[in-house]
Ligand binder design. Structure first.
Ligand code: 4AD
Length: 435
């Protein structure tokens, strides 16, 4: 009786050296001569090479190998060998090929393509090395987020996507018709997270977030995913400690699980490892302005920092840095007033080094009912939409803090990608709604 040939994934090839296996794969590229064909294969777990030697296979198999077009799906059978020349370390000596799905003329060829073209073809481009590596790392960050907050005793609380409120300002709202009344796509889950914190103590929301950002930059999406922890009985310094532990945990998980992907992206692992050293510096907004002015930046106290300022500040400290206590005038209404100064709020942005900009925004929350009501009125917001939020200050209000991490900003930082569009499967930007 013949033994059944195991069907394996490329990533497990190391466990089958010297054995004959079958792998379901797609053909990425092919090269060779009259006597040998090298098939570059992928299966969603890793990338490796199948070698088809004319002398070792039937004529039919060799002809099939030669005729395969890019992205044809196949079952390929053969013996696994070590291959010291490839970074993966293993290859297959192919003995049989079965074509599963033929491929037409595939649009993304090995030649260089423009970015717009690649994102027009994003549904296919996902199959390629860079998107594969980037989105695998995104997946690790998502899994690590759940692991971290579960470990820390948080409850995941899902916030609605359709809302009536606009806590992060009214200029960047996507409005939609909700049975005859206006509704908005959520800019933040925070207000709901605050309600959750009063019920469960420590919660986090994790969902899609929408901002009709007119600015076309390499850091802005109109739809992005945000993780928003909210903690009752926690002040700002305790929240900052949690934030830096979370970021260091995320980076270590990627270093632990994504060696192959970091190599594909040529990301400096030692540099990444250096960002797991805590604590991160805390610099007041006041001192940050002085530091920028001393370094010839044209900034006045009271302005929000732009990308060049953020890049300078984080590079100056060569690690992620918290800028704390921003001017009240440039921050949302819910942030806690400073104890001794009424022109600043108890807030913090975490800036990533190497030009990746702000990855976290957060604050301690104001607890005073009358103050908040007045702030909401001053902004001209519809008070009916915030009555439930104000209730949280009426029934056992407690000090509480929270923050939001933009998942795609974190992916961009960890992967070392130039542009945030790489960090999400199907990016939405001012000029892109499809595919
Ligand atoms: O600083 P933001 O606006 O904070 C909030 O929304 C708070 N409600 C969070 C909280 O305290 N619960 O946004 C938080 C983070 C930013 O630091 C950034 O990482 C990301 O969300 N972000 C964006 N990411 C991609 N594209 C955009 N247009 C983004 N806007 C914000």
């Amino acid at each position: 009786m013949t033994e059944e040939i195991p069907k394996i994934k490329i990533i497990d090839a190391k466990n089958f050296v010297g054995k004959t296996v079958t792998i379901g794969a797609w053909l990425r590229q092919k090269r060779g001569s009259g006597k040998i064909a090298f098939l570059q294969l992928r299966d969603g777990t890793a990338f490796f090479q199948g070698v088809v030697a004319k002398a070792d296979v039937s004529e039919e198999v060799f002809e099939t190998a030669k005729s395969l077009k890019q992205e044809t799906s196949i079952y390929v059978t053969g013996e696994i060998h070590e291959d010291a020349r490839s970074s993966f370390g293993y290859e297959m000596a192919v003995s049989d090929i079965k074509v599963i799905g033929e491929s037409h003329d595939y649009p993304i060829t090995p030649k260089e393509h423009g970015t717009e073209f690649l994102f027009d073809e994003r549904h296919l481009y996902l199959r390629h090395l860079k998107p594969f590596a980037t989105l695998k790392i995104r997946n690790t960050l998502v899994a690590a987020t759940y692991e971290f907050f579960n470990k820390e005793g948080f409850t995941k609380l899902d916030a609605p996507v359709l809302t009536g409120s606009a806590p992060e300002g009214t200029t960047e709202l996507f409005e939609t018709d909700y049975f005859g009344e206006p509704a908005f796509l959520s800019q933040t889950g925070q207000l709901y997270a605050e309600a959750g914190a009063m019920a469960f103590g420590k919660v986090f929301t994790f969902g899609p977030t929408f901002r009709a950002e007119k600015s076309k930059t390499r850091r802005h999406l109109t739809e992005f995913w945000m993780i928003e922890p909210e903690m009752a009985f926690m002040d700002q310094e305790e929240s900052l400690k949690l934030q830096e532990r979370y970021i260091a945990f995320l980076i270590s998980k990627v270093l632990e699980n994504n060696d192959q992907e970091l190599d594909i992206l040529k990301r400096d692992k030692d540099l990444l490892r250096s960002y797991t050293q805590l604590p991160y510096p805390r610099v007041s907004y006041d001192d940050a302005v002085k530091l920028l002015q001393d370094n010839d930046f044209d900034v006045e106290w009271g302005v929000d920092f732009g990308s060049p300022e953020e890049t300078f500040l984080a590079n100056h400290f060569a690690k992620p840095v918290f800028i704390v206590n921003f001017p009240k005038a440039i921050k949302p209404f819910y942030m806690k007033r400073h104890k001794t100064r009424d022109d600043i709020v108890v807030s913090a942005d975490l800036l990533a080094p190497e030009g990746y900009g702000e990855i976290i925004g957060g604050s301690e929350r104001e607890t005073d009912y009358d103050y908040l009501k007045n702030e909401i009125e001053k902004l001209g917001l519809n008070m009916d939409e915030y009555a439930w939020y104000l209730d949280l200050r009426k029934y056992g209000s407690v000090p509480h803090s929270g923050f939001g991490l933009g998942l795609e900003r974190m992916v961009t930082f960890v992967t070392g990608e130039e542009h945030i569009r790489e960090a999400i499967p199907f990016p939405r930007m001012t000029n892109r709604l499809r595919p």
